[in-house]
Ligand binder design. Sequence first.
Ligand code: ADP
Ligand code: ZN
Length: 432
Amino acid sequence: MYYHPEESFKRSELDKLQTERLRAVVENAKKSPFYGSLLKDFDVSELNTAKDITKLPFTTKDDLRSQYPYGLLTRPLDDFVRLHASSGTTGSPTAILYTQNDIDLWAALMARSMYAAGIRRSDVLQNTSGYGLFTGGLGIHYGSERLGCLTVPAGAGNTRRQIKLIRDFNVTVLHIIPSFALYFAQKVAEEGFDPAEMPWKIALIGAEPHTEETRQRIEELMHIKAYNSYGLTEMNGPGVAFECTEQSGMHVWEDAYIAEIIDPATGEHVPEGEIGELVMTTLTREGMPIIRYRTRDLTRFIPGQCACGREHRRIDRIAGRVDDMFIVKGVNIYPMQIEQVLMSMPEVGQNYVIELIREGFMDQIRVKVEVKEDYFVEDMRVLQKLQKSIASRLCNEVLVTPRVELVMHDSIPKTAGKAIRVVDLRDKEEEG
Ligand code: ADP
Ligand code: ZN
């Protein structure tokens, strides 16, 4: 059972709809100062199928920054009712403006995504995202209300109050950032509650890269089903791609977006199933359409059909951001490779941080790893053995032997929003 008729569209119907909508998007986009000049000579008759999208130029984050704040608007400012801005994880933020129609369509996409993850109007949803400019607040909130759920706008932080609300109002669904979920599970236990006894059933986790190992950990610690939720402010926010109850990749809502995966170096499409940079086009946003936006997020299309019957293509969990990659001793490393190893080890606690340091003239990685309380024993030999075992497993994965520093559980500072996984200390003074 689906929430929206277009979810049941077959491939051919989706292709046809995308082609029509793409033409309309280009026509509409030309009304904005930015695309008006960029696409001045582009004739939409060149778009015979949605695949012809490759004839159009990319839009980059720098374009959005240079057009800040109004360069991409297709209509007068009076028609807009809302503004959001990206979190600014990788630099100065960009702003997106929405008309009333855009807000309504986004809420419907969000409601559909939640429904696909098994959420119904009888559910009570607590949103632990920060409200404000971040789309994870109001975006999730409007979707949840649209679906008809009682919605608790708890906002970020204040773990005790979160727990109280969950218990008092029988919250069945949590929207929670994965790094906060790990921390939260631990806090619930510390407050003397058994996570298995909490009323929750479903967690929507997203907003930051995380591994399958992390998802499993969240599910085990919280006794919950965790569904991956992908979105970005430039494409409205959450509700761009979402896991259905099969938990086998995220369906991109292809009636609302065109997704492409390119080689970031050449801009060409990668072969089906290979990892590359996700490029996204809005098909239904009227006020601020964006064409071929380079998300900087790395993923791949999952080949084949999903058992749920939806033919909207699935993307794999985000392997990381192009900008997250760091190079040590000539090797390219992504934080998620490190997380994968750490989160699969039962001794490892819920938090870690990767520090890039300089030893002499060499770059090196130092991984600070929280150890679970039960394992943080006095016996140095036990800890040394654990340290060695983590270092050797990490070396197998990333081909560089990192320095591993074991720290007490809960000792790495926890940020309120997205976790900061990599800290570059190379230009700071370092011990030799
Ligand atoms: P910022 O890029 O400043 O963090 P946003 O708040 O718009 O801006 O967040 C969107 C970004 O968050 C995405 O481009 C992606 O890097 C990350 N993200 C969102 N959802 C997920 C997810 N489910 N898995 C991994 N990364 C995600
Ligand atoms: Zn599915």
